[in-house]
Design a protein around this ligand. Sequence first.
Ligand code: ADP
Ligand code: MG
Length: 508
Amino acid sequence: MDQAVVAADAAKSPWGPVAPAPPACSLADVMSEQLAKQLEDENIAFPTLTHPGSDLLLSDESSETTSDLMLAKMLQMQFDREFDDQLRREEKRFNGDSKVSISFENYRMVHPYEDSDSSEDEVDWQDTRHDPYRAVKPQTTPRKGFTGKGKNITTKHDEVTCGRKNTARMDNFAPEVHVGDGLGMDLKLSNQVFNSLKQHCYSEQKRSARLHDKKEHSTAEQAVDPRTRLLMYKMVNAGVLENINGCISTGKESVVFHADGGSLEEQPVPDEVVLKVYKTTLNEFKNRDRYIKDDYRFIDRFSKLNPRKVIRLWAEKEMHNLTRMKKAEIPCPEVVLLKKHILVMSFIGKDHIPAPKLKDIVLGSEDMKNAFYQVLHVMQQMYQECNLVHADLSEYNMLWHEGKVWLIDVGQSVEPTHPHALEFLYRDCRNVSTFFQRRGVSEAMSACELFNTVSGLNIPVGEEEEAEFLSEIVALEKRNEDHVQRRGKKTFPVSCEDGDPGEPDADD
Ligand code: ADP
Ligand code: MG
């Protein structure tokens, strides 16, 4: 019965006829040497995959194909190879000639021993698994300071190793330093090159920090620097000011703020005041040194002070000049307080609206004529009573308020003994004369006539007016200078005859 079943099975098996099962053997047989030999021979019949290049299915006709596992493995391998070939073809078609290509590498069914196959392909820089812009971590030298043996010894000073290390170190430079894309290449930077690059980076970093610094200081150009703000805040805190409202003007040398007056112990504070803040940036003041360094009132202190402190002198000078003018009852702001480089004075205007400058108003011809005579008069007063020359007089520094001309901006005003005072006076006269003549004031005299009228000098007015007149003025200044040097630093009214000195000016 058993025999019949086996026979029927054999006829049905797809693998062909099955040999009849070997007869059962005894223990003695199992232990026999003969059987061991026979088993070994059977094992050898299984092929071992030693030569990957050979086509396992086709090349070895004689190879044993009775093992299912073996057959399955061989089939799978063939399938994978064909799959990979197909993948390569698709990859090629997909990328075409494009410079940027996509790799299907990750989808390949590569068998470990087959990898050498792909090494024949072109090096694919676009392979996503390799970023050419990231420096390959250089090999480090072990602690002992060298690698290799005998002839192949490499020390930590090896040029190639150091060069690669230096290239990798460029990664540590500040982010704003552009090191280029040399990292992807096998760049070797010599120590010398690397050190100078490093040095350059450090100095660049420091430089940009300095630039930043400068920017912060330069905010003083736009508004006021923190120290000035603190001073202003202290004035409000002390009750001298009620409130600081806003900026009236930003000039090259000063910023003018409007403020509500508070109270001071020993003197009344007007309801509305201005704060003239002299700028602490020095650029503009450099050009104006000549207005102060030759002014005998400040000459000693000027030479001893550092440039920053000189700026305070300007505020102080304006204060002294305003005080003198006020004494002579010239319409001008009244000094309230001087704090370092901030001058607080009365506000010319009303209800927060500053009086307009002469240049900005339209006056009837009567008013204009009236204004001219007022200016002529205050110029005479300034020169003769206050012993001052405005030195920046123009329609920009005269305000029209309550039917009167008010003089402002007298920081640069000098005494007539100043080596250039008469030139300054002449310039003032020219500005005034030109302005009123342009505004149709027929009574407005020429610059030379105005000069003589204001100063009381009698310089001849010739045909070629200006040049001759100016050279006369300069000659006069020279004589006056000599006189001052001979007689000491006292103030003398200038006279053509070089006569007796007048009364020295009382101190403010
Ligand atoms: P700068 O030296 O910058 O020209 P000024 O003293 O001329 O300084 O002041 C600038 C501007 O501020 C003036 O043109 C004027 O409009 C305004 N101003 C200055 N002082 C006063 C004041 N006391 N009252 C009203 N406005 C003033
Ligand atoms: Mg001005």
